[in-house]
Design a protein around this ligand. Sequence first.
Ligand code: O7E
Length: 213
Amino acid sequence: MQKKNRVILALDVTSRADALRVVEAVKGHVDAIKINWPLILATGPDIIREMSRVKDVICDFKIADIPNTNKLIVEQAMSRGATAVICHGFTGDDSVKACVDAAKGQVFVVTEMSHPGGKQFTAPVADELAALAKSAGARGIVAPATRPERIAALRKIIGSLEIISPGVGAQGGKASDAIRAGADYIIVGRAIYDAPDPGGAAKALADEVKDGV
Ligand code: O7E
């Protein structure tokens, strides 16, 4: 994944036609495509391979199981062309380590979630989840653009690991705030794929990121 536009598209559409339309429009303005359950369940897992031919794909299955099951899930994602996967950290260091081993380090660990409910259970343990991501050898963490001050605090814990940050646009966060707080990439879904001009929306976000640096 080349850090150029610093925008990751959250491709949460539910048809192959919409996925292809949006990706074709935005591919020059994003660095990766994040695929989550809505698209996989609607189209089947081969969409990972298809999208990986256009851009790096991050499989956002928020993997949260025992080590052996985690390993099996990650192997399936990587064998279909994923560049990286996303897992939860609350399952403990052995489960995260299983993901890291199976993905050869290409893992992002969820810390504090971006939605209001993220404050309830994830926020109180986010610092520990970030520290776990680092000690387990993950590539980075997921941290909320809706609370840029938390991105800055988590950055201090993880050092040079990468931060990918959802919550821009539909959830109220601002791209430039997240980047200034220390995010490497913003993750954006609805503000791009629901826009009348997804290509223009992605470009505007990439431009805002550049101005925010
Ligand atoms: O609000 P949107 O439409 O811009 O979509 C945001 C995407 O980021 C969506 O796919 C959602 O599942 C994901 N996300 C959050 O919104 N908040 C989080 O705390 C974590 C994620 C996430 O993707 O975790 C892995 C990156």
